[in-house]
Design a protein around this ligand. Sequence first.
Ligand code: SF4
Ligand code: SF4
Ligand code: FES
Length: 539
Amino acid sequence: MAKVTVDGIEVEVQEGINAIEAAKAAGVHVPHFCYHPSLAIVGQCRMCLVEIEGMPKLQAGCSTPVKDGMKFAVYNEKVDKARKGQMEFLLINHPLDCPICDKAGECPLQDYAFNFGSVTSRYGDYKRTYPGMDRTPIGPHVVQNMNRCIHCTRCIRFCDEITETSELAFFKRGAATEVGVFPGTPIDNWMSACVTDLCPTGALTTREFRFESRVWNLSSTESICNGCDVGCNIFIGQQAGKIYRYRPRVNPEVNDHWLCDYGRFSHERYETDRVVVPKVLRDDYLGISTWGEAFDLIEGAIKASTGDKIAVIASAQMTNEEAFLVRKIFIDELGSTNVDVMVDPIGPIRMKSRTEWFEGTQAGPNYRGVRSVGIETKGRSAESLMDKGAAGIDVLYITEASFSARTKDPAVIANLRQAGFLVVHAWEDHPLAAVADVVLPAAIFAEKSGTFTNLQGRVQKIHQAYPPKGQALADWEILRRLEARLNPAASLVDGDDVDTITDELRQSIPFFQNLDWKEVDEFGSIAATAADGGAAQVP
Ligand code: SF4
Ligand code: SF4
Ligand code: FES
């Protein structure tokens, strides 16, 4: 360890980390552009200059390792003057078109221009431009405006060092230097849009989010990507219940600073007609009902049956809390012998933590978690109900109409419909819901809170970004109400919330007992390790 002093603040840090990170530990921000903690250090932008006691010249903080006893200044007259000079150079050619730039509001160059820039330039009005390169698609997701580039090379290093696809490079020399792709090789790797997060200016933006919303109009909520079982940490950016984007949220243990393109844009699936009211089948017509009427029918059908004739297909999109309620109601209380969780295979999607690569192979975020509460293939499996039919089953309860892409196949729908009574939770207008006896409007993951368990066995929290649409409810709330109907002694209490169920889960299921719940709040907590990468281990 090393004791260093930053702007008079003494802090103990790991010896050898750079001055930017040491200053961060002391709560001091060192302005920088080219430095990124997960990319190689190139010392290129000279924005991170600091004054180190005993050294005559200013040093680049990104490439200066700290030693015990080192003292340095981030903010003093000498450093401020150098930083202002550097900004003047960087802004010689930059268009400063923040009012029409999508990065405005979250742009380091804009922030530093306000803090360290000058309102006048000693270089006159002439600016070098890149004619024809101000809105250039350089890949399926990335649009480039070369006029805004400050040549920091973060985007180039990402493609060289992380995806190792090397689509981007510098072309030409001197003031004409430009970032570009080689002819015929667009930036089309599976994590390509990460370069738009890395770019410290509006030079790289995504085709999908460009001009959709000003960033300050969006609310941001911490959650977990539900595209696969890696469980990348995200911010959901939404306004009035419309999701505009997911941004990576740093978790060194899972996705570091990254998201794959599939996951990043997977919120587009929610731009569809939503199911917003309960519906019941009356006289061959599936019509709007009240929640009470829908529960009356479900209660009647379940009470007229026996456990061996009740089947449940759970979805890997359910939270641990919701899966726990499925287990409690259907396995523990009703004695159902036909309970399964089904998810489609995906990818594999490669994702890099700070230290290792993972491969997402399940198209749901919580396949491991749902099984960890005890929902495994028992009796008639989901596959067999889909392929061979549900004849002989009195009540088939499906917790998400779109639990598999195959549920849009008419043959699969016909097979599932063989059940005497079909209950479906649905968030989208779905052909399987269209043939159900009861359709219950369900929230999507962004509309609820709870926990997911990723492929490592890491339990991570999702938070509600906005309330469910219409009369839709989170699956846990639907199941809680059903539980109270079937067993009036069960606890449906005023103020019942997902935390109550998390507590029940922690008390009942060994998998969750040893977690550090403070860690769950931050980077997640590992419930168990599995030699197979976490694919199969359940208690
Ligand atoms: S495009 Fe952005 S990330 Fe790439 S070199 Fe230019 S400023 Fe840096
Ligand atoms: S790797 Fe999986 S969890 Fe991560 S962003 Fe992609 S789809 Fe989402
Ligand atoms: S951040 Fe240090 S030189 Fe760019």
